[in-house]
Design a binder for this molecule. Sequence first.
Ligand SMILES: [Zn+2]
Length: 151
Amino acid sequence: MKCPSCGHLDTKVIDSRESADGGSIRRRRECLECGKRFTTYEYVEQVPLMVVKRDGQRQLFDRKKIINGLIKACEKRPIMDKVEEVALEVERAVQKKFDRDVASKEIGEMIMEKLANLDEVAYVRFASVYRQFKDVNQFMKELKVILDKEK
Ligand SMILES: [Zn+2]
């Protein structure tokens, strides 16, 4: 760490203290050249997760957007009270799997996977909006897969 006073690169740490929540470490340092004392802080880097949309636009990851999408898909369905929980699970999974960028497609697939296990109507609703079915046939095909599963 460079001395802010003389620019010398060698310093010694004379005191090191972790913050009460353990989120940072405060270090008291002394310049070996001029004796100037200064403080540095060490934190875990918080890299904001960016969502890359189909058109290449990047947006800050926002759990509220997942919740909004889920609310629409789950309207009048018995899993309405699980919306927040699903959104949180998806957020955790995304953060675990991706470092910096995540394609909106990946998030959509994760949500669909969760909905498919929870409520098929909500799943089809979400998929129809999310996958932007180009025509009715594609949508019917998706529906048929689900209906076949129920047989
Ligand atoms: Zn110095």
